[in-house]
Each structure stands twice: as structure tokens, then as C-alpha cells.
Design a protein around this ligand. Structure first.
Ligand SMILES: CC(C)(COP(=O)(O)OP(=O)(O)OC[C@H]1O[C@@H](n2cnc3c(N)ncnc32)[C@H](O)[C@@H]1OP(=O)(O)O)[C@@H](O)C(=O)NCCC(=O)NCCS
Length: 193
């Protein structure tokens, strides 16, 4: 189905078709970062990211209780990449090659030609503009390479660092898009030009 999605905040033309050009995996370089495909070698870092209280403050009740849970989750994420269900990048510092965080495009919808953005930065690397740098590159990838019509980002309504990041990158709050019943999350959308 193609057509127009109307909301008070955004009008989106979703008549374009999504391009899934994921093999070889699209690595992305920014000034300070290399964005690479997530791998099983990221187990320790991803377990930290999926279990740390600070990182997960606004992420709901999805914390991983053990490395085994993260290991199974990693297998699912990697299989989903091979299946072209989503893209999941690890952000690595270019100079020291340290794990900085992760960013993904998931919930790919051929019906609306859209994707949802997900992101998290390790506390050691927050407040340095690194997620801003990665997000710009991934959004550009979504629009220029995948030809997406729009990108969604759901975020907790009190997650001010995340809201600042989205607004700085011209994502617009869409009051008509609702998360599931009872969720504290709100939706921001950026449409392709
Ligand atoms: C949401 C999250 C990714 C934001 O991280 P962040 O590091 O604050 O985001 P940015 O990369 O945009 O950095 C912006 C901050 O760095 C500062 N900064 C420092 N140097 C900078 C530079 N060279 N360029 C840009 N910003 C810079 C900015 O002033 C800004 O600070 P402010 O928010 O106090 O104004 C982070 O808080 C996080 O990972 N939270 C846990 C996971 C989470 O909630 N994810 C959201 C899922 S919806």
C-alpha cells in the first residue's frame, strides 16, 4: 500500500520503495567513529548496555538478567541482519577502537517505507556529541541509500537527552503516533526531503 500518511505535525509521501542493500554490510565512517556490524564479540559491551541501570533508565523493563540472555539476543540480532530485517551498528572510536554505543534501524516497513531508530551511548562517552554524529550518518544512510520516506523514533517522554538529540536533528514530535497503551513513550518523526 502506498499513499499519504497525514498527521497534525507531518505529511509524508510514502510512495517510494525501500532499498535493502545490506550485503556487504554497510559500514559507515564519521569524523570520530566507525559504525560496524554488531558481532558475537560485542557480548561483554552489549551485556553492560542491556543491564546497566543508568543506560536503561528510560528503556522500560527489557533489561537482560544474564550474559546468556544477551548472547541469545545477539544471535537474534545477527540473524535478523542476515535476513535483512534490520540494521544494527556498533559505534567504535576510530582512534582507540573502543566500544562507544550502538545505533539501529529496525521495524522496517515496506508498507509505509519507513524504519525506526534505536540508539544508546555508553556512559563514558555521553555528552560529547558522539550519538549526534552517529545519528546524522545513519539518518543520512536511511534517506540516501535506503530511500526511506520517513524515520520514527520512540522515546520516553522524560528522556530529555534523547529528546534534545532528536530535536537537534529536526525530528518532529507527532502527537498522533501512539506507543502501545500505557507506554510513557512518545513519537518523533523525520521525513525525507
Ligand atoms: C540519549 C543519549 C544517546 C544521548 O546521548 P548524548 O551523548 O547526550 O547525545 P549527543 O551525542 O547528542 O551529545 C549531545 C551533548 O553533548 C554535548 N557536546 C559536547 N561536545 C559536543 C560536540 N563536539 N558536538 C555536539 N555535542 C557536543 C552537547 O552540548 C550535548 O549536551 P546537552 O545534551 O547537555 O546539551 C544517551 O543519553 C543515552 O544513551 N541514554 C541511554 C539510552 C537511551 O535512553 N536511549 C534512547 C532510546 S529512545
Amino acid at each position: 500500500m502506498t499513499g499519504m500518511i497525514m498527521s497534525r505535525e507531518v505529511t509524508i509521501d510514502n510512495s517510494a520503495a525501500m532499498i535493502k542493500d545490506f550485503i556487504p554490510y554497510p559500514e559507515i565512517e564519521t569524523i570520530r567513529l566507525r559504525l560496524r556490524k554488531i558481532s558475537v564479540s560485542d557480548l561483554e559491551d552489549m551485556f553492560f548496555m542491556r543491564s546497566d541501570s543508568e543506560v536503561n533508565l528510560y528503556l522500560g523493563d527489557y533489561r537482560h538478567a544474564s550474559k546468556q540472555v544477551t548472547s541469545e539476543w545477539l544471535d537474534k540480532i545477527i540473524a535478523g541482519i542476515e535476513n535483512e530485517d534490520w540494521l544494527f551498528w556498533v559505534m567504535e572510536s576510530k582512534v582507540e577502537r573502543r566500544f562507544v554505543g550502538s545505533v539501529c534501524l529496525w521495524n522496517l516497513s515496506t508498507e509505509t517505507n519507513s524504519a525506526e531508530l534505536g540508539y544508546a551511548v555508553h556512559p563514558d562517552f555521553q555528552k560529547q556529541g558522539l550519538m549526534d554524529e552517529a545519528l546524522k550518518a545513519v539518518v543520512n544512510f536511511g534517506f540516501e541509500r535506503m530511500k526511506l520516506s520517513f524515520i520514527d523514533a520512540f522515546t520516553h517522554r522524560e528522556n530529555q537527552p534523547s529528546i534534545r538529540l532528536l530535536e537537534r536533528n529536526a525530528f518532529v514530535f507527532d502527537p498522533n503516533r501512539k506507543a502501545e497503551e500505557g507506554s510513557p513513550n512518545i513519537c518523533y518523526v523525520k521525513k525525507s526531503k
